[in-house]
Write a protein that binds this ligand. Structure first.
Ligand SMILES: *Cc1c(COP(=O)(O)O)cnc(C)c1O
Length: 371
């Protein structure tokens, strides 16, 4: 294929040279310990707690199991307030726990749950709020906590996009009762598949660690109907290797972000979305809004990019609330979610990953400019 015919996806994992992974594999082969909290699992938990600046972390096989287990560990039931503007796993984790999601609209500036609209959705059945730090941009954690405190609700953050994000100098993962990360191949930090729950104290971590291992406390004692959510040694080893280069990867993401912003700044009808000023972002995504003033519709631009082998994605379209298992719910009505509906009709996430070359970026920008 000619270089300009090579597909460019919205994201692409950064893989270290294979030789660098072989010594880790050798250790696994030598020890014959493949899972169940082996040495790499323990090392990765320690390394991540220290890198992220968080007290306790429990690794999982993926982010969705981590979300489901987080809800179990806090014994959440009834109704949970959440956002329609996210990946479908956010709401699915509620359904898998027999919990009813109640959708609340987003703030069109932040793309996150609008705190001003949460209270009106609280009923006697509400037990928790599950916001998402969408695109890694922090939620209004203070206002959300205040509402939760006033009504006695738990807060579980879906922080799948928020690896390494800081807010006023401290990790965004230190808010709420629990936060959940995803280490899926498409995320900023990946372990092929993987995820984690961040807990504020040792007791919460211990309960989560029991739950992710069938509820076993020791060989003969099972204290809860747990699940198999454990991360394997191969995934944990890959995480340790990936962590060595994460700062370089984040720096390259920042360069790409800056360049996109500069190149698109004066394109009429294209808005770039910015995180708040006191945030250390991770540039997980590069979302743009295609406004009515742009000569093409959002979907026309999306198709034009496709025809040129650029596979941008419309995150998050459709809204979760538009999928068949949710759309009959009263809170899923688009009249209840005007901002989320508008953003879902205008957004495109442009390719964003450390391996994206400046030439590729220029090609993408040129296509948008000449549309
Ligand atoms: C990726 C993602 C998940 C699911 O994580 P997996 O590791 O793929 O199971 C959940 N929520 C959001 C917002 C995500 O982007």
């Amino acid at each position: 294929m000619k270089p300009d015919a090579m597909p460019i996806y919205v994201t692409q994992p950064t893989l270290p040279p294979l030789e660098e992974f072989l010594p880790y594999l050798q250790q696994i082969w030598d020890s014959k310990i493949l899972t169940n909290g082996g040495q790499f699992h323990q090392q990765l938990e320690q390394a991540l707690a220290s890198y992220l600046g968080i007290p306790y972390i429990s690794l999982f096989a993926n982010g969705t199991l981590a979300l489901m287990t987080a809800l179990q560990s806090l014994r959440i039931s009834g109704e949970v307030i959440t956002t329609p503007y996210s990946f479908v796993a956010t709401a699915h984790s509620l359904l898998w726990n027999g919990i009813k999601p109640v959708f609340v609209d987003i703030d069109p500036q932040t793309f996150n749950l609008d705190p001003a609209k949460i209270e009106a959705a609280i009923t006697p059945q509400t037990t928790a709020i599950m916001p998402v730090h969408c695109y890694g941009h922090p939620c209004d954690v203070k206002r959300i906590q205040k509402i939760a405190d006033n009504y006695g609700l738990k807060v579980i953050y879906d922080a799948a996009h928020a690896f390494g994000v800081k807010h006023s100098g401290s990790s965004i993962l230190n808010h709420g009762d629990l936060s959940v990360l995803s280490f899926h191949a498409t995320k900023v930090f990946n372990t092929f598949e993987g995820g984690a729950i961040i807990s504020p104290d040792a007791k919460s971590k211990q309960r989560i660690d029991h739950l992710k291992n069938f509820g076993f406390v020791d060989e003969v004692t099972v204290v809860a109907p747990g699940i198999n959510g454990k991360m394997s040694e191969i995934n944990a080893a890959f995480g340790l290797l990936q962590l060595k280069t994460i700062d370089m990867a984040l720096a390259r993401r920042m360069e790409i972000d800056t360049r996109y912003r500069a190149e698109l700044a004066h394109v009429r009808g294209i808005d770039c979305i910015c995180p708040a000023p006191d945030v250390t972002p991770n540039h997980a995504y590069f979302p743009i809004l295609v406004k009515p003033e742009f000569p093409l519709s959002r979907d026309q631009l999306f198709m034009t990019l496709r025809e040129n082998h650029i596979y941008a994605r419309r995150y998050f379209y459709p809204l979760i609330s538009d999928f068949p298992m949710y759309r009959g719910m009263p809170s899923a009505a688009s009249a209840n979610l005007p901002n989320a509906s508008r953003m879902a009709s205008q957004v495109i996430c442009l390719p964003m990953y450390p391996g994206l070359s400046t030439a590729q970026l220029e090609q993408i920008v040129q296509l948008i400019r000449t549309a």
